[in-house]
Design a protein around this ligand. Structure first.
Ligand code: ZN
Ligand code: ZN
Ligand code: ZN
Ligand code: ZN
Length: 258
């Protein structure tokens, strides 16, 4: 369920913003309190609020002797007292994102912001920032679209990791595919999730070699023995600190110039 609410208070209000100095305003304004305690007081002019406090530490309301909202953050205080209240309401709210289809559970809109969520029922799916959402649907009956994620290869997997696991697909493709580059180590690199996906030596903790699997596809071999990846920002070694791949790319370039 969507449990986030935006609170709206409208009316003739006195607004007092205090920090080192003190500002007082009076007007028929609309105050918006976001779920993260960001407070915006809007009047009729422009897009900029008359007063605001982003991510306040606390927001409290008091109804004795007219409605008062008090928000505090560090040394800042924002006080809104109503003289004549036009309205006060809570509205269910979600993050807004690019629409990508319909929710198979409730028919609501699926949107992508950070991850994908349903505006109707609030269902959420974790999606890597570099993933693209496909028009194509999942092969099973879940009704969700697929996402395309590059981790060594381009994988097309269901949005729902419980339905089709990106980790399992990457593991199947690359687990033990690459040898540990440490000179004294005969281990292979395993695909593991440590926050993100990494290729880490099987002899951990004796060998702590490990690399985050880049967002890109394998397009060759680096001089160090590891694979190179074609990424959005160019070709690089699996080891982000390795410059051997760059050296060889430059050599190839100068050879082509001859
Ligand atoms: Zn839904
Ligand atoms: Zn699925
Ligand atoms: Zn190793
Ligand atoms: Zn390298």
């Amino acid at each position: 369920m969507i449990d986030d609410a935006i609170r709206v208070l409208a009316g003739d209000c006195t607004v007092i913003a205090e920090d080192d100095d003190r500002q007082e305003y009076r007007g028929r304004v609309t105050t918006i309190v976001k779920p993260d305690n960001t407070i915006l007081v809007h009047d009729t002019d422009g897009y900029q609020p008359v007063a605001w406090l982003t991510r306040a530490d606390s927001v409290s309301s008091d109804r004795t002797g007219g409605f008062t909202l008090v928000a505090k953050k560090g040394t800042q205080t924002l006080r809104i007292a109503t003289h004549d209240q036009d309205g006060f309401a809570h509205y269910p709210s979600s993050a807004a994102g690019t629409p990508i289809g319909a929710c198979p559970d409730c028919g609501g809109a699926l949107v992508r912001s950070s991850g994908v969520h349903c505006v109707g029922c609030g269902d959420r799916y974790g999606v890597p920032a570099d993933a693209t959402i496909r028009d194509e649907q999942c092969d099973c009956d879940c009704g969700l679209p697929k996402m395309r994620v590059e981790r060594g290869l381009a994988f097309n997997v269901c949005l729902d990791r419980g339905c089709e696991s990106l980790d399992a697909a990457v593991t199947e493709a690359f687990d033990r595919e690459w040898a540990c580059p440490e000179p004294d180590c005969d281990g292979n690199l395993r695909i593991l999730r440590r926050g993100g996906l990494i290729a880490g030596c099987e002899h951990y903790p004796d060998c702590d070699t490990g690399f985050a699997v880049p967002a890109g596809v394998v397009d060759g071999d680096c001089g160090c023995g590891l694979p190179t990846f074609e990424t959005a920002s160019g070709t690089r070694c699996l080891d982000a600190t390795c410059d051997r791949g760059l050296e060889e790319a430059l050599e190839a370039e100068s050879a082509a110039d001859d």
